[in-house]
Ligand binder design. Structure first.
Ligand SMILES: CC(C)(COP(=O)(O)OP(=O)(O)OC[C@H]1O[C@@H](n2cnc3c(N)ncnc32)[C@H](O)[C@@H]1OP(=O)(O)O)[C@@H](O)C(=O)NCCC(=O)NCCS
Length: 235
């Protein structure tokens, strides 16, 4: 997802009480217009009606809207499906309009989608965000996403993207890693085209298996991203 570069204006006339916001999943085609208008206004990447229909018609239960009264103030659009050997959720679009930002609305929208994805059996969730989108990177970082890959000039505006990834922990992984901590290093026979992905998966898995209080993103001075933390730990 690629955001508009314009600065956010400060919230105006919105009370701090976030209980005024209600959340619903996508209901019918009458909601398509408001969703498209909101996303087209806030994201720089242009999407056609076919793209919206693809996501929302096939995965209506992975599209949520946030309302203040009758006004739609935020939305999220996702999908899920098989990707190689994993069942993967994908967050395609996420937007909260400027006056309503900083109130936890995006966090709530993402959390609802993650819940559906997890309950549906997803192993992992991915998305792309501009490397310059500090807000989105912080938001997803707080939710446990890590930077898996940098994609050169990914967006039409020429900006690079980070592919962010969240792995849902699987009970059998924790058990295996406890009995054999070297296990994650064992796979060396991946075909070349899968090697990068495999490296990525192992790094991310390793990072997520660390005890909660050992190293956290914010604790390590001079390291900019979780990917760098993985690099240092792997030496
Ligand atoms: C990114 C966006 C969806 C965040 O929506 P939001 O409702 O304001 O997000 P939340 O209130 O849930 O923020 C949760 C956390 O994210 C981080 N965050 C969000 N916006 C931030 C910003 N502008 N700068 C730094 N951190 C930010 C903070 O850590 C925040 O937690 P805190 O308020 O406790 O500090 C919103 O700014 C937006 O629509 N931007 C334009 C579209 C876009 O960039 N979409 C994402 C594309 S990947």
């Amino acid at each position: 997802m690629s955001e508009m570069s314009e600065e956010a204006s400060p919230p105006e006339g919105i009370e701090e009480n976030s209980s005024q916001i209600t959340y619903t999943s996508y209901r019918d085609e009458t909601q398509l217009g408001p969703i498209m208008a909101l996303i087209d206004k806030e994201l720089s990447e242009p999407y056609s009606i076919f793209t919206y229909r693809y996501f929302i018609t096939l995965w209506p239960h992975l599209c949520f809207m946030a309302f203040h009264g009758s006004e739609c103030v935020g939305t999220i659009v996702c999908k899920m499906g098989q990707h190689r050997s994993t069942f993967r959720g994908y967050i395609a679009m996420l937007v909260v309009i400027k006056p309503y930002r900083g109130k936890g609305i995006a966090t709530e929208l993402v959390t609802r989608c993650l819940q559906v994805m997890r309950d549906s059996g997803c192993d992992e969730v991915t998305l792309e965000a501009e490397v310059t989108n500090k807000g989105a990177l912080a938001l997803y970082g707080n939710l446990g996403f890590v930077r898996a890959k940098r994609l050169h000039r990914y967006y039409l505006n020429g900006v690079d993207a980070y592919r962010l990834k969240l792995l849902f922990p699987r009970p059998q992984d924790s058990a295996s890693l406890q009995s054999n901590p070297q296990l994650w290093q064992g796979a060396t026979h991946y075909p070349a085209e899968l090697k990068e992905e495999a490296e990525e998966e192992r790094s991310v898995s390793f990072l997520r298996e660390l005890p909660e209080n050992s190293v956290s993103f914010g604790d390590v001075k001079g390291l900019e991203s979780p990917a760098e933390i993985v690099f240092h730990l792997s030496l």
